[in-house]
Each structure stands twice: as C-alpha cells, then as structure tokens.
Design a protein around this ligand. Sequence first.
Ligand code: 5AD
Ligand code: SF4
Length: 374
Amino acid sequence: MKYYIVTYGCQMNVHESEKLASICEKMGYTLADKREDADLIVFNTCAIREGAEDRVFGNVGALKKLKKQKPSLIIAVCGCMTQKQTTANYIMNTFPFVDIVIGTFNLPNFEHYVNAVKTGRQLELLQEGDIDESVPYKRTSGDNAWVNIMQGCNNFCTYCIVPYVKGREKSRQEANILKEIREVLAEGKYKKITLLGQNVNSYGKDLVPAVPFAQLLRDICAIEGDFKLTFMTSHPKDLTDEVIDVIANEDKILKDIHLPAQSGNNRILKLMNRVYTREKYLGIINKIREKIPDARITSDFIVGFPTETEEEFQDTMSLVREVKFDSIFAFMYSPREGTVASKMEGQVPQEIKQRRVNELLALEKEIQKQEGKK
Ligand code: 5AD
Ligand code: SF4
C-alpha cells in the first residue's frame, strides 16, 4: 500500500505534511513516486489566497478518473481550506469521490479517519485543541529540519484568513522544543534548524512563566553542535531590539530576516490592522542594518487592498526603493470570506491589482540589478 501527499502553501504546511507522512508510514503505507501509484492520496491545502484554493479544486477534480479506475483509492483533503465549514461542505458536495474532509485541528487523528472510511465518507472539523506533541515527523527537507514553535495567530490582520483556520496563538513548551532540536541534531544529518510560527516574535508570551523569543533563540544556540539557526515569520510590531541583538551576536543564527511590510502607506497599514507605521517599519530596518550590516532582509507586500489609491500604492513603491530589499514577494489582494477586509467597500478591480503587482515586481528586478543581487 502506498501514499502520496500533495502540499500547498507555506513552510508550516510542508512541515505538517511531514507529520501526515509519519502517520501514513505508521499505518504501513510507503511513499509512492506519483499519485497514479498511490492507494491513499492526501491534499494538504492552503487558504491564503483564492489562487491557492482554485489549484486545489482543479487537482482534486482531476482525480475522478483515477478513483473510477481504482475504487479502493482513498482520497483525503485536509488543512487550512477545509477548516472552513463552507469550503468543507463544498468539497463534499462537488467531489463525491473524496473520502475524507478534515480541518487543521483533526490532523493528529488522521489514522482514525483513514480507518473510518470503511464505514463511509468522513467530514469532521474539530475545534482547536492543545498543541499536538504526540505525532513524530518524517523529515523531508534535506539537511534542514523544520521545528514548529507555536501555532495560530492573534493578530487578525484584516485581509488574513489564518487566525480563523489556525486558531489563537499557542506556544510549545520551551523544554519540548529544546528536546526536539537536541534529538534532531543527534541524528547527525541536519545542518540547519528553521523555527516555524505565524508570528515567531510573540513566542512564549502565553507560557507560564513567559519565555521571550530572544531567550528561546539563545537557549537553542547554547546547544552544542555545528548547525545554523533561522526562523520565520516575524511581525514588525513584535520584533524587539533584544531579538535583533541576539541575531547580531549569535554566530549560529543566519542573518536572514523575513519581515513582511505589506504596504508602505500609513492609511492602508491602519486599515490592514498591522499596528505599525511606515516610519516605525523603517526604524526597525535601520536598527537591523546598523547592528547586522550583512543582514539579508526580505519582505511581503499586498497590492490592491480595498480603497488603495494610486498614490498610496506609490508609497509602497517608494518604501521598496528606500529599503532595497534582498528580495520581496508581491501579492494581489485576494478577498477571503469571513475576514474584515473582504466586506470593505472600494474593492480594487483585478486589472489594477495586476498592473500594480507587475510594477512592483519590475521595480524589485531593477533594484536587484543595480545592487548586483541575484
Ligand atoms: N491576499 C493577498 N495576499 C495575502 N497574504 C495574506 N493574506 C492575503 C490575502 N488575503 C500574503 C501576505 C502574507 C503572505 C504570507 O501572504 O503578504 O505575508
Ligand atoms: Fe495573517 Fe497577520 Fe497573522 Fe500573519 S500576522 S498570519 S498576516 S493575521
């Protein structure tokens, strides 16, 4: 019996799929080279933008033929998309050949749902629970080991679906994280540890006693061994001077900082509920450059947020020009059902979003050429 996992979205999903893989192997499945050879196909989905969801619908739909040829094939759709009840129902109704539809919080029980398929189709969305420490990972990222340090997000940026599908911020106990990293390093094949969280800078605020993110970083660096440490994603509102100092001072920490700005305009930042201004963002960048001269700074931007004018978009362009990021990701705003921004008046037409994203990416290319960056 063979399994095949199709993963969409961010590194956290890639890492969650490593958990799915270990559950599949525990059940006796081995990895298939391609989906046609599999007896169990799992889609681990992403809900961040409409495009990601459309790709899932297309790829799930394409399995109809395969299921007809092999009726014993089990097809499961899980992850952020299916944590939304409306999308879960839609998938059950539109794709009658899908056997399992579960949400992000059901994932540790995946084995149960596969076994239960024998008694019929499964649709269940659990409410958020404690962080799962029970299921190991089948690591799949070469000499990099992903290590989750927290789940969820409390920020409710008005465009973002994540807080709705991943629940509130919960930090893992520091002792569990340190133990996992020690074990990973003891295997001898990992050279890099990448800490994952929606908002790593607020790690540990919910623990009793609280453990500041800077302390977690220092404690990890104190572990013996030849390894590099990095993390994602940072929110500018929580990136403290102390964390910048730790990055500057610890040789083990890579000088890569992904710091999504989202916009360079204060009115739009406020509407996005980002809780910082352009000036505050630039202040943090200056501090980083001062203390970590070789820092490699990258960012995310959203263009065409509801009511964004041409002038306001030009503020994003000027921020990118000013900071000269090492690289940026630029996204067209995609309304997500249930979020505040999706209900705002003044949605920006698609062709304007397209033009703005092209303009921003062209600027990035030009800067990289001038700066001699790759
Ligand atoms: N539309 C477009 N981009 C989005 N992002 C998050 N939500 C949306 C949305 N609704 C982007 C942000 C974030 C990155 C992971 O995805 O830039 O930093
Ligand atoms: Fe979404 Fe904002 Fe949380 Fe990031 S910080 S996951 S953009 S709500």
